[in-house]
Write a protein that binds this ligand. Structure first.
Ligand SMILES: Cc1ncc(COP(=O)(O)O)c(C=O)c1O
Length: 440
């Protein structure tokens, strides 16, 4: 139990944060962390939490996995930095070899390593434009691709992401993403895919011709948008339209990748092969690294020096990533995601049956969510302030859980795939307790 003195340590640090850190940096919880291991974290006052956020999906191998920590210790004594443009080192090319080996892309592939998801998305767009010599990029509503200027133009959420930051880069067009729980008025669920494809075809008529379109970019399951699984056949139909018009398909697996959905990459379940795949987050187990993997001819379309940067794929991050690949194989984490997913799905489906304010239970593999509503019939979103009450109750009970969605009313699971079943159940029990004590 936290003592009175140690409790003030957290509040002291929160006050420091308030005074020293830009308000633009979000504070999803009030937890101030001292240390972490696997699926547990401890705050500066010694209070223990189960972590269902995993650094927003960056810790599928868990906090401080011993193999990652050992790889980093060893690397730190050997080589910290050269900049890959100046002098190559084996870790970089080994990570590229691993990524090329697992990326579900047909034909000969190449890769490039960067620092963050947003940076990788930016570079995927650059490759697509350089290869096709076209400018148009189609993104989807409710999407999230990052916080750089181009990425926030790709994002399908205006506030708080884009507001005040314009003008945004041109030649980005938005089409509708099928959101089965919230179809457009009058559209039946069985017609949702067809409706969204018609919207795309309309966009080709009204805003950008297919022959001027370089790429479409989408998340195979929307992450920040609220764990939205597109309706059946949508992604395959996009691939067909891309093939027909010479448009490239960029799949953003920054949040879905590395096992989250019960496949190494979520696009595998669609049976679709992208032209470019973007990955980050859990590739590095907490170290900053991201990648674009793609067809070799597309990846070679950029001129030397046009992509990369000082730190992209730095030796420490590569050491962590190589450990991640090994851990995934040895600990069979893709299967673990399927097991976790089944368990969470059962509990979430029970929440849907039981609580009047749980409107939807959805997801794929261990990427699961419940959407909270004020009224199940109208599906009016539960106001964000009320959602916060539930999240605070979770935090009080010792669970770190975060929200998502256009209305900030979706609770999502991004726990490490290494989480022991006992911790998983404990976390779910804490959430259940928070839902039980909530009154509409
Ligand atoms: C699907 C997706 N793409 C891109 C990003 C941006 O990644 P980063 O925050 O590393 O720039 C995120 C981050 O949450 C994401 O979920």
């Amino acid at each position: 139990m936290p003592t009175k003195i140690s409790a003030s340590k957290s509040s002291e640090l929160r006050a420091e944060r308030e005074a020293l850190v830009s308000k633009g940096s979000a504070a999803y919880t009030s937890v101030v962390i001292a240390k972490a291991l696997n699926a547990k974290v401890w705050d500066v006052d010694g209070k223990e939490y189960i972590d269902f956020a995993g650094g927003i999906g960056a810790l599928n191998v868990g906090h401080c996995h011993p193999a990652v920590a050992a790889a980093l210790r060893e690397q730190a004594g050997k080589l910290l930095h050269t900049c890959f443009h100046v002098a190559a080192y084996p870790g970089y090319t080994e990570v590229c070899r691993e990524l090329i080996g697992v990326a579900p892309i047909a034909g000969r592939k190449k890769a490039v390593l960067l620092n963050s998801g947003a940076e990788a998305v930016e570079n995927a767009v650059k490759f697509a434009r350089a290869f096709t010599r076209r400018k148009g990029i189609i993104a989807f509503d409710n999407a999230f691709h990052g916080r750089t200027l181009l990425c926030l133009t790709l994002n399908g959420k205006y506030k708080p992401l884009r507001q005040g930051f314009g003008p945004c880069p041109p030649e980005v067009y938005r089409s509708r993403f099928p959101y089965p729980y919230r179809p457009p008025h009058g559209v039946k669920p069985e017609h949702l895919t067809e409706y969204c494809l018609q919207e795309l075809d309309r966009l080709f008529q009204t805003d950008i011709a297919p022959e001027d379109t370089a790429a479409m970019i989408l998340e195979p399951v929307q992450g920040e948008g609220g764990f939205v699984v597109p309706s059946a056949g949508f992604v395959k139909a996009l691939r067909e339209r891309c093939d027909k018009h010479g448009i490239l398909l960029i799949i953003d697996e920054v949040q879905t990748g590395f096992g989250r959905t019960g496949e190494l990459f979520a696009i595998e379940r669609e049976g679709v092969s992208p032209d470019l795949l973007v990955t980050a987050k859990s590739l590095g187990a907490g170290m900053p690294i991201s990648a674009v993997v793609g067809k070799a001819e597309i990846m070679d379309a950029a001129l030397p020096g046009a992509v990369g940067g000082t730190y992209g794929g730095n030796p420490m991050s590569c050491a962590a990533a190589l450990a991640v690949f090994k851990i995934f194989r040895e600990e069979k984490l893709v299967l673990a995601a399927q097991r976790i997913g089944r368990l969470v799905e059962k509990r979430f489906d029970a929440f849907l049956d039981r609580f009047p304010f749980v409107g939807d239970s959805r997801g794929v593999g261990a990427m699961r969510a419940i959407e909270l509503v004020a009224d199940k019939k109208t599906k009016a979103p539960l106001p964000a302030a009320r959602v916060k009450e539930i999240l605070h109750a979770c935090e009080d009970g010792g669970l770190i859980l975060i929200k998502a969605g256009a209305h900030d009313n979706v609770l999502r699971t991004l726990m490490p795939l290494t989480i022991p079943e006992e911790d998983l159940n404990r976390g779910l029990d804490i959430l259940q307790g928070a839902l039980e004590s909530f009154r509409l």
